[in-house]
Ligand binder design. Structure first.
Ligand code: 5GP
Ligand code: ZN
Length: 142
């Protein structure tokens, strides 16, 4: 797995290369985990692959197993250290989904009862076959 493929204009690549400081929680050959500078809650961390790709769709095979292991290991540690009673693990792809930094990363956000961070609002499907029809369309392009 390549570990040195960086973009000189990317803020996370600069952090990965030590050109910009970060508050690190965990590091491996393929990932760095550091605290988000503007946390949704204190302890909010980012899991960042040591390779510049924009979205999860661009990530080569081979990162998944370690990624889940890091989510479990660091996520549990953040919950223990902060006293959090919940955790959101989020990942945004493209600006229209809220991705501000175009270097793929996963948010570990510790949650507390009544912390005011709300989930997104929900919509409904029209009566009839809209739900089944959309599912069929998605399955047809898998
Ligand atoms: P996105 O919206 O792309 O999913 O999330 C980007 C995250 O990166 C934001 O939560 C933002 O606070 C964080 N961030 C942006 N620049 C820096 C930085 O220089 N250092 C750290 N630690 N976090 C950053
Ligand atoms: Zn980058």
């Amino acid at each position: 797995m390549a570990t040195t493929q960086y973009d000189p204009d990317c803020i996370f690549c600069k952090i990965l290369q030590g050109q910009i400081p970060s508050t690190s929680l965990f590091e491996s050959d393929a990932f760095l985990v550091f605290l988000d500078i503007n946390p949704a809650n204190r302890g909010h961390a980012l899991i960042v692959p040591k390779r510049h790709v924009e979205t999860v769709f661009d990530l080569p095979e081979g990162y998944g197993e370690e990624l889940i292991a890091i989510m479990r290991k660091v996520g549990k540690a953040i919950m223990k250290a902060t006293g959090a009673t919940g955790m959101n693990i989020l990942q945004n792809n493209y600006a229209d989904a809220g991705q501000a930094v175009p270097h793929v990363h996963w948010h570990l956000i510790p949650r507390f009862a009544g912390d005011g961070l709300l989930p997104w609002s929900t919509k409904t499907y029209a009566d009839g076959d809209e739900m089944a029809s959309l599912a069929g369309k998605i399955r047809s392009v898998l």
